[in-house]
Design a protein around this ligand. Structure first.
Ligand SMILES: NCc1[nH]cc(CCC(=O)O)c1CC(=O)O
Length: 359
C-alpha cells in the first residue's frame, strides 16, 4: 500500500465532501489517495425514498465496496447511515461537524415568518414536514427529491447554472416558494448563498447525525480479501489508521453517538418523524478541569405537526475525549453518550411516541 482508495457516491455533494476528507487524510498520513465512485441503488432509482425502503440504500453499496476490498474506506453522510453497525466494518473517524441546522431556501430572500399564507414548500423529509407545520400549519408541503441542484431549481431565483452538477432534466423548475435542505450540504458545495434562513434548532431539530461524516473502514487488523496484505504494507496501513484517529473529532463523535443511540432505541417501536441534537456544554466560568455535559434534545412528532413530544436530558462527562493517551478507545464515555440517547428515547416512548405515527 502506497496510497489508499476512497469510495464515494457520485453526487456533487458526495464527491465534494469525500475529496475534502481524503485530502485531509493524505496530508496527515503522507499517502496518496484515489477516489472510486460507487453507484448506489438510491442514485439509480427515482421513486420516493420511503418506497425505496429508507435511506439505507445509499450506504449499502459503499459498505459492500469496503468489505470486499475494492476501497480502503468509505465516506458517508452520517445521517444516511443505518444505525446498526455491520460486522467487519468500523467507523474509524467522525470529523468535526459542519453546521447542523436545516436551511430554508426561499424565493426573494424570504424567511420562514415572511412566507405568504399557503406558501408551497418542497421537502421529502417527514421530519421537516412535521416541524414546519407545527409552526406554520398554513404551509402546503410538496414531496420532492433529487440532488441539491434539482431541489434548488424548484425555487425561482435559486437555479444554479453549473454544467458539472446540473438539475435533473424533466424536473419542474421554479414552481415552489421554498425548499428545505441541510445547511451542511449547501455550505460544503459553496452554495450557502441560496440559504435565506438557518432554522434555529428550537424550531427545527435536525436529523440524528446531520452535518457529520462517517469514515468507515475494515478493522485495521483485518485481512483484506484478495489484496494479499504483506508485512511490507503494514507501515502505510498504520499511517492511514493514525491519520483517521487524528481526523476524528471526539466532541462530534460523542454528539452523534447520543443521537444514534436515541434513533436505535426508537426504531424498534416508532416510525414517527424524529429530530435529535446533542451538544457539549461547559459551564460559563469553566476552566480546563471542570466537567462538561453532553446535552441531548429530541422531538417526535405526528406527521401533520399537531402533536410534538419533546424531551431532553444530559450527562456529565469526566472528559471530552474518546481515547486514552495511548490511542485506545475509551469505551466508558462513548457508552455513556449512547445511554443518554437510549434514556431520552425511553422517555419519549413512555409518553406515547410509538402512537404518534398511527393517528
Ligand atoms: N439525505 C440526503 C442528505 N444526506 C446528507 C445531506 C446533507 C449533508 C449533511 O447533513 O451532512 C443530505 C441532503 C439534505 O438533507 O439536504
Amino acid at each position: 500500500m502506497t496510497g489508499f482508495r476512497v469510495g464515494t457516491r457520485g453526487s456533487a455533494l458526495a464527491t465534494t465532501q469525500t475529496t475534502t476528507a481524503a485530502q485531509a487524510l493524505s496530508e496527515m498520513s503522507g499517502l496518496e489517495h484515489e477516489l472510486v465512485i460507487i453507484r448506489t441503488e438510491g442514485d439509480v432509482r427515482t421513486g420516493s425514498l420511503a418506497q425505496l425502503g429508507g435511506t439505507g440504500v445509499f450506504a449499502s453499496a459503499l459498505r459492500a465496496a469496503v468489505l470486499d476490498g475494492r476501497v480502503d474506506l468509505a465516506v458517508h453522510s452520517l445521517k444516511d447511515l443505518p444505525s446498526a453497525q455491520p460486522e467487519g466494518l468500523v467507523i474509524a473517524s467522525v470529523p468535526e461537524r459542519a453546521d447542523v441546522r436545516d436551511a430554508l431556501c426561499a424565493r426573494d430572500g424570504l424567511t420562514l415568518a415572511e412566507l405568504p399564507e399557503g406558501a408551497k414548500i418542497g421537502t421529502g423529509s417527514p421530519r421537516r414536514v412535521a416541524q414546519l407545520l407545527a409552526v406554520r400549519p398554513d404551509l402546503q408541503m410538496v414531496d420532492i427529491r433529487g440532488n441539491v441542484q434539482t431541489r434548488l431549481a424548484r425555487v425561482p431565483g435559486l437555479e444554479h447554472h453549473d454544467d458539472n452538477a446540473p438539475a435533473a432534466a424533466g424536473s419542474p423548475r421554479g414552481d415552489l416558494d421554498a425548499v428545505v435542505l441541510a445547511c451542511a450540504g449547501l455550505d460544503r458545495l459553496g452554495m450557502g448563498w441560496a440559504i435565506t434562513e438557518r432554522l434555529a434548532p428550537t424550531v427545527m431539530l435536525p436529523a440524528p447525525g446531520q452535518g457529520a461524516l462517517a469514515l468507515e473502514t475494515r478493522p485495521v487488523t483485518a485481512e483484506v480479501p484478495g489484496a494479499g496484505g504483506s508485512a511490507a504494507d503494514q507501515p502505510a496501513a498504520d499511517r492511514l489508521a493514525r491519520a483517521l484517529a487524528e481526523y476524528d473529532d471526539p466532541a462530534t463523535r460523542l454528539q452523534v453517538t447520543a443521537e444514534r443511540g436515541l434513533m436505535e432505541r426508537l426504531e424498534a417501536g416508532c416510525a414517527a418523524p424524529l429530530g435529535a441534537l446533542a451538544r457539549v456544554e461547559r459551564p460559563e466560568d469553566a476552566d480546563e478541569q471542570s466537567p462538561a455535559r453532553l446535552v441531548l434534545h429530541a422531538v417526535v412528532a405526528s406527521l401533520d405537526g399537531t402533536r410534538m413530544l419533546r424531551k431532553h436530558a444530559s450527562v456529565e462527562l469526566a472528559e471530552v475525549r474518546i481515547r486514552h493517551e495511548d490511542g485506545t478507545p475509551d469505551v466508558g464515555v462513548l457508552s455513556a453518550a449512547r445511554q443518554l440517547g437510549v434514556d431520552v428515547a425511553e422517555q419519549l416512548l413512555a409518553d406515547g411516541a410509538d402512537l404518534l405515527d398511527r393517528a
